[in-house]
Design a protein around this ligand. Structure first.
Ligand code: AMP
Length: 287
């Protein structure tokens, strides 16, 4: 496994691989890797000749300075995990490689129809930043397959839209959410949870399971209200609990309105913001 920090070095290596007709799988991450990331790496190594993992904490997608500063970083530990699971290249660039002076990396793409709900209003500019960095990374790596987690439902939906709208020939593969034993979705931010709050964080998973169980029985707005209430315990502050159409990300009013239905939520546990989701109907649309 090689760790490369410069676009030009990665280019040199990947040019040869492409010339040899070998396939490239790409896993973009912000590091502080856990088993969720590992599942994407494993899938990529199964499906491609070569796997590239990028580790870059992208400032343009952070709308909260504090979150950017506190984001955990540990390249050495990440590298040993990636080596163990068969990753071939780590691309760990500095910002001057991703956003060099004089290069216009803004993406001219209207994503407003996919950002009006959920994370969009709560994190202004976030998805524009995600689109910008993923497009730049795709331009650099030019992979056959791109691996992203279901954990960030709105994110992969927007990236999938970008791939189609810009006619980018990379195929998106979405991998299931990897959870801790109690159901909490794995996240790099989980290390920041206090030991007092951590035992209560499985409430999020429980609220999503509740929504799935009640989908046939209760009105959607009742499910959302009850799920939200269940998340309002001491030191927890749910931002939203929305049941949406998985294709359009627009609210679903009646169960009969959509074939692909997903419940998405964001909850502050102390000063850590956690997101999670569960497909309530139409699992076939994601895999
Ligand atoms: P991040 O480093 O948080 O930007 O995440 C990099 C990729 O890993 C994204 O595509 C995430 O959706 C995915 N990911 C993060 N957490 C999980 C998880 N618990 N299970 C599966 N994929 C995940």
């Amino acid at each position: 496994m090689r760790i490369l920090k410069r676009v030009s070095s990665l280019d040199r290596h990947l040019d040869i691989i492409r010339e040899e007709g070998r396939t490239i799988g790409f896993v973009p991450t912000m590091g502080a890797l856990h088993k969720g990331h590992v599942s994407l790496i494993k899938k990529s190594t199964e499906e491609n000749d070569i796997t590239v993992c990028s580790i870059y904490v992208n400032p343009t997608q952070f709308n909260d300075k504090d979150d950017l500063e506190k984001y955990p970083r540990n390249l050495e530990k990440d590298a040993s995990l990636l080596r163990k699971f068969g990753c071939d290249y780590i691309f760990a660039p500095s910002s001057s490689q991703i956003y060099p002076k004089g290069l216009d990396t803004k993406v001219d793409l209207d994503i407003s129809h996919l950002t009006s709900e959920m994370e969009g209003p709560n994190r202004p500019g976030h998805f524009e930043g995600v689109v910008q960095v993923v497009k730049r990374l795709l331009d650099i790596v030019n992979p056959n397959n791109l691996y992203m987690g279901q954990k960030d439902f709105q994110q992969f939906t927007i990236i999938n839209y970008m791939l189609k709208a810009l006619d980018i020939p990379t195929r998106l593969r979405v991998c299931p959410i990897i959870r801790e034993e109690d159901g909490l979705a794995m996240s790099s931010r989980n290390v920041r949870l206090s030991s007092a709050l951590r035992p209560h964080c499985n409430l999020i998973y429980k609220s999503l399971k509740y929504a799935k169980e009640k989908l046939e029985e209760l009105n959607i707005n009742v499910i959302e209200d009850r799920a939200l209430s269940s998340l309002k315990i001491q030191n927890f502050r749910p931002e939203y609990f929305d049941i949406v159409d998985g294709h359009t990300l627009k609210p679903v009013e009646k169960m009969s309105d959509a074939e692909y239905i997903v419940a998405c939520t964001a909850v502050w546990a102390g000063d850590v913001r956690l997101i999670d989701n569960m497909i309530l109907r139409g699992e076939k649309y994601i895999r």
